[in-house]
Design a protein around this ligand. Structure first.
Ligand SMILES: Nc1ncnc2c1ncn2[C@@H]1O[C@H](COP(=O)(O)OP(=O)(O)O)[C@@H](O)[C@H]1O
Ligand code: SF4
Ligand SMILES: [Mg+2]
Length: 324
């Protein structure tokens, strides 16, 4: 059994009293000690998926409408809320794109790490501070005894993301969910943070779910890849297989859109037009208005997942054919 098994997960957003689907029945697994990459353009439902797994949707206008999330053998959505929070708080941790939204600017980073250790362990404050220094050393922050008393604004973006990783490691997670963890960083720092995550994985054995809009980041880091479009997984395969043979035209478009510099890209230059808006009605394959491979059937029938190989599937009527 995989560490995390997500099955037919659907999530909807309440807009004017109506539930509008945003994640439309996705299934994937993360094996212990491995990295799953989830990639897709902004708005396709990546963050909502990770927040659902972390149990962070409660109290918002976002609802899980169906599906199951089984983590370490426990069906999280079937647990009473308190038990669920206990599992989620103990064995999963999440880091986000912008550490400044998670770090409190008025507290020293050491105090913030110490607090998160004290939430997970019954040890003294002095011992927790020692552990905080150890964690800063683990995430390769130079002079951790000195830096522990810094305020977040005194650290660079890369150092702040390292602090966030240290806080995430405070609970010895079995699963680390990293939602666009390097998007705000320049390419060199980005590469160092990705390397650090891989090294920490080798040291701790944790599994990672890495979310990114950048297929380049995913290529460097992941064992398995799931490509999302408009709330669905439209292609999934082991990374080596996917990069050797992309079956879905959207995945190929993402590859062609990998930025060659560290400039921000808000639009995929290789794929025309845009993702349908939430609530917009789309018939057939949701990608058909943008697809160079589309034929008449594509506008009428939503393709089911087709097995390209035993471990590789794509939701396309014409997988692997050359795009026009
Ligand atoms: N709290 C919310 N209220 C309303 N709509 C939301 C909320 N959160 C996300 N959405 C919408 O749901 C869709 C998926 O969002 P998200 O999971 O953040 O996408 P991604 O992380 O892939 O960019 C987007 O269209 C977004 O606008
Ligand atoms: S089903 Fe048709 S429109 Fe959709 S990706 Fe495949 S070829 Fe393109
Ligand atoms: Mg997001």
């Amino acid at each position: 059994m995989a560490l995390l098994e997500v099955k037919d997960l659907a999530i909807a957003v309440a807009i004017n009293g109506r539930l509008v689907p945003v994640v439309r029945g996705i299934s994937f697994e993360v094996e212990a000690g491995t990295t799953l990459g989830i990639v897709g353009e902004s708005g396709c439902g990546k963050s909502l998926t990770s927040l659902a797994i972390m149990g962070l949707l409660e109290g918002s206008q976002v609802r899980i409408t169906s599906g199951s999330i089984v983590f370490d053998g426990q069906d999280l959505l079937a647990l009473p809320p308190e038990r669920r929070r206990a599992v989620m708080g103990a064995d999963m941790a999440m880091i986000f794109q912008e550490p400044m939204t998670s770090l409190n600017p008025v507290y020293r980073v050491g105090d913030q790490i110490t607090e998160s250790i004290l939430q997970h362990r019954r040890i003294s404050r002095a011992q927790a501070r020692e552990r905080a220094i150890e964690l800063l050393r683990l995430v390769r922050i130079p002079d951790p005894e000195g830096r522990i008393d810094s305020f977040p604004h005194q650290l660079s973006g890369g150092m702040r993301q390292r602090v966030m990783i240290a806080m995430a490691l405070a609970c010895d997670p079995k699963l680390l969910i990293a939602d666009e963890p390097t998007t705000a960083l320049d390419v060199t720092v980005q590469a160092r943070i990705l390397d650090l995550m891989k090294e920490l994985q080798a040291e701790t054995g944790m599994a990672i779910m890495l979310i990114s809009h950048d297929l380049g980041v995913i290529a460097e880091t992941c064992d398995t890849v799931a490509v999302m479009y408009w709330g669905k997984i439209i292609e999934t395969a082991p990374a080596a297989e996917l990069f050797a043979d992309m079956a879905h035209p959207y995945t190929r478009g993402l590859l062609a859109s990998i930025p060659v510099t560290d400039r921000e890209v808000d639009r995929l230059e290789a794929i025309p037009s845009r993702v349908p808006l939430i609530g917009e009605t789309v018939t057939g394959c949701a990608f058909h208005p943008r697809c160079g491979r589309a034929r008449p059937v594509c506008a009428d029938i939503d393709p089911a997942a087709i097995a390209v190989s035993p471990s590789h599937s794509a939701r396309c009527h014409f997988p692997g054919e050359d795009s026009a």
